[in-house]
Every structure is written in structure tokens, then in C-alpha cells.
Design a protein around this ligand. Sequence first.
Ligand SMILES: *Cc1c(COP(=O)(O)O)cnc(C)c1O
Length: 814
Amino acid sequence: MTLSIRNIIPILKAQFVGTNDIAIIDNVSIDSRSLQNSSSTLFFALVGPNNDGHHYVNQLIENGVSNFVVHYIPNNLKGKANFLVVENTMIALQNFATAYRSDFDFPIIGITGSNGKTIIKEWLNFLLSPDYNIIRSPKSYNSQVGVPLSVLGINEKHNLGIFEAGISTINEMDNLQKIINPTIGILSNIGSAHDEGFHDAGEKIKEKLKLFSNVEVLILNKNRTIEAFLNPKIKTFTWSSDDGKADVFVIAKESSDKTELKITFEKLCFKITIPFNDQASIENAIQCLMLMLYFKYDYEVIQTRMAQLYPVEMRLKVKNGNNNTTLIDDSYSSDFQPLKIALDFLESQKQYKKKTLILSDIFQSGLVIEELYSQVSHLIVSNKINRVIAIGETISGFKNKFPNCLAFPSTAKFIDEIEKISFENETILIKGARHFHFEEIVSLLEEKTHETVLEINLNAISHNLNFFKSKLNSATKLMVMVKAFGYGNGGFEVAKLLSHHKVDYLGVAFADEGISLKNAGIDLPIMVLNPESTSFGAIIQHNLEPEIYSIKGLNAFLKIAEQKKLKHFPIHIKLDTGMHRLGFEEENIDELIAKLKDNKTVQVKSVLSHLATSDDMKHIDFTLSQIKLFEKLSTKLMNELQINPIRHILNTSGISNFPQAQYDMVRLGIGLYGVSNDEDEQKLLENVGTLKSIISQIRTIETGESVGYGRRFLAEKQTKIATIPIGYADGISRHWGNGVGYVVIKNKKARIVGSVCMDMLMVDVSEIDCKEGNEVIIFGKSPTVGFMAKQLGTIPYEIMTSISQRVKRVFFRE
Ligand SMILES: *Cc1c(COP(=O)(O)O)cnc(C)c1O
């Protein structure tokens, strides 16, 4: 894209306030944190429920960005950049994409439905790429913001587009239809996902079908319910496995690891084999087949290409590497758009300053290769990548364009040399096209541990954070509790994500938790809830902020702080209003005031208290009395000391149940990690952690035989038993054994038989078709931690924080 501001103004119907309307724009951004923002970026200041792009304009101008689409010009910035002032920046972004799209008239495939959109898109890209220069939505960029950004990636060399559209409620599809304006439609499987945004299934179907209002053909599974909503003027191309009236008739025959599809189309009858046997993959593959038939591909080509379909990995995974490295594993694709996203992700997740990029040849940019690799080089330089390892015949030729570049013609050649190259104290992004098999590189660089992992979904954390943010008044600050390794979900990684989201404070229990976060480069202010006096020196040295809860503690802290001649060092005063754990009581307040009066060594940054039963409305009177006492004591402190500290008392359930007591800040804990004790609220949160393992061994035992220590399980019939390498030393309670609890294998429950051992447990898999090496879910979406806690007579907090540190945490983002 190259457009001048002068040309963009009328498209956006913007009022221009600036000096240089001939400035040239070659990319669009909505993310103030991206290192890819430059003088030729047009920045759209979007306003969401949780964030406002206008707040970052000042910083962006300092970083060299000079063109902005805004709703208003932030303070004093007039004259410092070009501003295109519009009524609504999001609509402006969409209108811009719509106008941009209309300059191109090649075929564009639009995909919507409840399930399978991204997989169909990725597969079609694979199946059609030998013959087309394809532009497609990166990852699952299918929202009101993602779609315009995807469409703005089109360039002159593309000759086929594949975009997905996702909606969560009514009146969203019209926008997406205008922007994508697909010429060919594919309706993927309509399931129950996102039903809460719609009145009923009919409303949802009608809304989705709006994407196809202008297509020359719509591909879909023949289905009466859907047909009833279809505009009869739209030409359809349908398939079915039971309705002979469909245009294409498909019979699927599944075997252990593949499926044979028998296709009848017009006079033709032929077979293809796909390397999957699950229902979802079969349906998605048929949708792709339909498109190939519509494009009049020869059935032999269809056969060869479809036999090579592969599992689509949609996630960027963060893994621990050897020698203090972090790996970001994106070893399944290497196109230009996804590269940009991966580089932003690298910046947001980097644990070590030094950044290395391992990159394969790039395909399908639509550009001539010289132009492509100079753009890639530009991207790499602006993202401050310290070292590039280029793998592939083509990219090697452009070695001189990249910083500190080592080049290899193939993955095998690189692996031959890998021992000689040092990887330490750095963050490594591994990004390669599928056939480069970069997973082999990942497995060499990855830290080896056993098969049990706790997978942490970073998107879910962001979702939950935004959910709670949306309950706050706009001025309320947010502290997030990351004590006990972020409730077992990963201290640093969660903290890093939170600083990316610009929360105001982090809270930890002990000084050493805070120190390791600071050492890893987290620069948010951190409050230490329970600072021991022996750690005061370290707290000061690392700029942590102690919670002071007693006169004794205050004296001890003041003594050290005075020795160090500190001025206005931030401290937090904890009041006991009824929890009776830590804090100053009413009778200590006068002494506290006397101590702090005119003291210049410390500054009371905040005053806080903690609710004992904010989750239980049975005790509402008690909670209200706590809030009242907090009001009284904190007001007294403020008046007598003439200070204006941040006041805070609410934890997660307080945020939900006592919104009137937000004061200046709240302290979010368990909710961030996806757990609520309110059933309705629980439905709106996303699951964060999934504890997984594998089957080590399977055996069949006969009637009367026993399993495990103490022979606590006796088989009443022939029973198939699987052994899983996870036990109480990993944090699985022994009370979960002996038939109480279960694990999930292939979506089925497998009851735990016998006692949970230290490192293993055994389950009954008599009714499950499984083999050694299969995945086992201990908790996650189902069973949930909340369910387990209830069965075990404990609380989710205990289950989450009990998962031992020997269980490897793997972080991913969708
Ligand atoms: C742990 C903790 C929180 C967070 O509580 P949740 O119930 O997890 O939200 C808030 N404040 C204090 C003082 C805490 O110790």
C-alpha cells in the first residue's frame, strides 16, 4: 500500500488538522506498542471498553509516528503531527478498508460459521497456493478490527483472497460483508459457539448469512434449517452425505488414522483419502474439496493435494529453551503478515533482551523477491532483532540485508552446525514454512522435561483481565495479584503480559517473588504484601514497595530507610477491618499517625484493607461493616496526615459484588486466572490453565486382580487400565483417587482407580479407544478446577497453587 494523506482524507470523511497532507502512508497500525510503527504509519486511535488509543498519541509522536486518525486531538498536540479527525475511529478504519478493497477485483473467498473457519482458510491456502498469489487473514484475524487489518494487507500482486469473518452478536456482519465483499462464500459448520450473543439459532444463522449477500456462489453442507433462511437468488453449491439432491454426494469411510471419501459429482465418481478421521476435519476437508471442484480442478490434482493436508497449528507457543532461553515456536508458517504478528508477540513476551530470529524462506507475499526481502529486512531492523539465522536457498541470498546473519541452505545443514552456535540468555523466535520442518529445531533447543505440562492460554488471561476491567469505573486503577507464581500459572510470563496491558500495579506475597520479577525486567510497581524485616534491604534495593501492617514493622523499615537517607520511599498501609490477619487496628491509628506525621523518609502511596467474605452474600452485613470501618480509618489517616493516597479494598469477588467500594484501585486475583465463585460470572470467563499428561502404559487385568498400593481397587470384571505419569508430588491430591476423580481421554471420562501414587496414577479406560502416548487432560475446560475443588472439599486457589514447580508450564497465544 502506498497512499498519500491527501487521498485518504475524503475516504474517511475526516477533518484534516496538520501541515503535511502529501505525507505517504505504507502501513496501518492500531497497536501503540508495536515496534513496527514508523513515520509512514497511519495510526488509528481506537477506543474500546478497556483502552483508548488517544492516550498513546503523545508517546507515538516521540517515537516518530506522525499521522493519526483520532476522534479528538489530545492536549497540546495540535501542530505536532497530522491529525485526521473523525467521529468514530473504528468506523473510519472499516471504511478505509472497504474503500481499499474496492480497488481490487480478483476473486475473494469469504468464510464464516461457528467452527473450522481458520482451518478451512489455512487448508485452502495450502491447496491453492501452487496456482495463486494468495492474501489471507493472518491467524484468526476475523473480528471487527481484525478483518479491516487483514484486508489492508492486499497488494497489487495478489490474485486470490481468503478471509474469515467471525461475529458474536447481531448487526456485526454487515460491516464485515462490506469490507471483505466476498465473491465466493463458504459456510462452515454452525455449532453452538457464541450462542449467548443471539436470541436463537435462527437469528444467528441469518446474521452469518449476511456475509454472502453479494457472492456469485455459496458453498455449504445441504441443510434444511439453513436453506430456509437463504435468499433464493443466491446460487449455491451444496454437498451432503445423506441427501441425494445435493450437488456433490460424499460418503466417508473412516479407518484408524485416515478417511476415504467417495465423491459423486455430475457424472464423475472418484475417491480421495485424507490423513484424518475425526468428524470436524472431515467436514472441513469436504468444504475445501468443494472449492476445488468449483474451481474445476482435475480430480487427480485434488487427490494428490488433499492427501497432504496437515494439522493446523494456530497457536504461537512460548517454551523454555536450554541455557536460559525462551523459544517462541511458530514453526508452521512463514508469510509476511503472520511474521509481523509474531514479531509483535516476540516483543511482548521477551524474557531476555537479546532477540534472535530463525526464519525460513517466505512464500506468497505476492511481491518480487528483492522487494519482499527488503521489506523483511526493514521489519527486522525496526523490531531491533539482534541476530538472524536465515534458512533456505532464497533467503540465504539476502543474508547481507539482515543484522548478524548466519545463513544455511536447508534445515538439515543448520542442524549439522547447531552445536557450534551459541544460544543463551536470549529470546528466540522460530518461524518457518511447514516443509522446512522447524519443529526439529524447536525440539533441539527446547528444555527437556517429562510429559506432564500445564498449558497456559495467554489469550484467556487477556480476556479475563478485560472482563474485570469492564466492571471498573474509568478512573479506578488495577492491581493484579501474581503471588505464588501467578496462582501457579507462571509468575514472569503472566507479569509480562500484564505489563503489556499496562495494569497499574502488581502484588506479590514475599520480597523474593518481587525481586525475581524485577530481575527479569518487569518494570511495573510491585507491592509486597508480607515483607519480612530481614528483606527490607532487598526491597529498597529492588524498588519494591512494602505493605506496612504494624508499628514494629514501620519502625524497622524507617530505621533502614533513614540509614539509606531515602526520601519519600513508597509504602502501603494495611488496615485490619475484620479479616484479623495483618494490619493496623483502630486503636493503633493514633500512634501510626504520630509516627508518619511530617515524615519525609517514606510516602504513603496507598491505604488498603482486605475483605474476609466478599464472595458470600450471606455475610453482606459483615462486609459492609468492613467497608465502613475502612472508610472511617482511611479518612482519618488522610485528614490528619494531609495526604491523598490510593485507597483499595476489593479482591476479585469484591469487584463483582461490591462495585460501590472500588475507591481508587482494586486488587484482582483468582478472576484473572479464570475462576469465579459465581456461576453466571464463571460462564463469562475463559479457562486459563490446562493440566495435561499422556498415557505411559496400557494393560488389561482380569476379574479379581488389583491395582496400586494397598490393593484399593479390585476389578469386578476384565478392565483396561492406563497409567499416567502424574501424582501427588505434582500436586494431585490423594483424595482425588480411588474412584472419586477422573481424567479425560479422547473427550471421555476415565475414572481414577486405586490410590494416587507419588508420580503416577492409574485410570480405567475399558470404554475408551486409546493407546499409549495419547493425551490426558487432568483439568482445564473439563473437569474445571472449580469442579475438582468442590468434589475435594477445598477451593480452586489451593488446587491451582498446588501444581508443583516440576510441572513444566507452556504458554501459548491463539
Ligand atoms: C490474594 C489477595 C488478593 C486477591 O484475592 P482474589 O480473591 O484472588 O481476587 C487481594 N488482596 C490481598 C491482600 C490478597 O492477599
